[in-house]
Design a protein around this ligand. Structure first.
Ligand code: ADP
Length: 319
């Protein structure tokens, strides 16, 4: 039995690490992909996590599989393709540590996962099914995402959805919005960044965006992450906000993904479903998620930046 089955892209993030003696940028080969970051974050915090996806049967793909395993994620269902190469992304950081991406993804293995390649029975073996919109951007992976969302619903599994909007992976912003709006009704737990909440609702205020998302899609739990301002959570009973832990941001890549991993691990530890959580338990889970996000933002890289359980406990004990 798994706590979380994670569907998503697993790829190489080439992150800048300075200049060569010739003055050219040097990129480091880092494992990445939002859902993979989330899976590793949750697994490092003790959640039993399985990854569903596809990489190329090439040195990049094999290294990625090894990374999942080293972080405690079950990679037994990760497919290695002889036909399609591992997807690559180059990360660009601005002076504040905020990131942008260039993707090399057309025909990339993560877009080429067909519905017939994943046995939906895995959904009977998990408590949460996590997915994001990046797998919906192109190729058969879109159909697979909706197939598994439908199967998760049919089997009564809680869907955790993080839109993780990456407009430059889509043919158009309209198509991205259309597919994300199609996915939102499946979400039992919905995590969005502030910018995503504004994009999806057309409002410019967190409370109003939360009201719109809750009334339109009715997730049991909605979390809106606010970067260095912390995060916001709503259920049908409670509405909470926690400030961020003060850290010096080195690279915010994976902060949001690790936030979700931290949130799910903390909810799982209560042994309760979201509607049964007390305000205190929800508050503790949100604070723990902020701690995981802050530690991740304080270091360079994505999966390599994820904190261990002890580090999170130490930060949570500080105040
Ligand atoms: P995303 O990566 O999805 O854009 P955010 O940037 O909102 O997500 O970050 C997710 C969470 O990580 C935030 O809610 C916060 O708890 C933590 N975090 C992000 N940036 C910082 C920061 N500069 N300082 C402290 N915590 C941060």
């Amino acid at each position: 039995m798994y706590d979380i089955a994670v569907l998503g892209e697993l790829l190489i993030d080439f992150t800048p690490v300075g200049l060569s003696p010739n003055g050219n940028p040097i990129f480091e080969r880092n494992p990445g992909g939002g859902p993979a970051n989330m899976a590793c974050a949750a697994a490092k915090l003790g959640a039993h996590t399985a990854f569903l996806g596809k990489v190329g049967d090439d040195p990049f793909g094999r290294a990625l599989k090894e990374t999942l395993e080293k972080n405690g994620v079950d990679a037994g269902r990760l497919l290695l393709s002889r036909e399609h190469p591992t997807t690559l992304a180059f990360v660009h950081l601005d002076e504040k540590g905020d990131r942008s991406f260039s993707f090399y993804r057309r025909g990339g293995a993560d877009t080429m996962l067909s519905p017939g390649e994943i046995d939906p029975a895995v959904l009977d073996e998990c408590r949460y099914f996590f997915c994001s919109s990046v797998m919906m951007a192109e190729g058969p992976s879109r159909e697979t995402s909706f197939f598994l969302l439908e199967e998760a619903k049919r089997r009564g599994r809680t869907v955790v959805f993080d839109p993780n909007l990456r407009p430059n992976l889509w043919a158009s912003a309209e198509e991205m919005k259309e597919q994300v709006l199609r996915a939102l009704p499946y979400a039992g737990i919905l995590k969005v960044s502030e910018e995503e909440a504004f994009f999806l609702t057309g409002t410019k205020n967190v409370e109003a965006a939360a009201d719109a998302l809750l009334s339109r899609y009715a997730p049991a739990l909605l979390c809106i992450t606010l970067g260095a301002e912390g995060s916001f959570a709503c259920t049908r009973k409670y509405r909470l906000r926690h400030p961020a832990f003060p850290v010096r941001a080195a690279d915010t890549t994976a902060a949001g993904d690790s936030f979700t991993g931290g949130l799910l691990a903390a909810i799982l530890e209560t042994g309760k479903e979201v509607p049964e959580l007390s305000e205190e338990e929800l508050s503790r889970a949100l604070r723990a998620a902020n701690a995981v996000g802050a530690l991740t933002a304080s270091r360079k890289g994505s999966i390599s930046a994820l904190p261990a359980r002890e580090e999170v406990a130490e930060l949570l004990a500080q105040k």
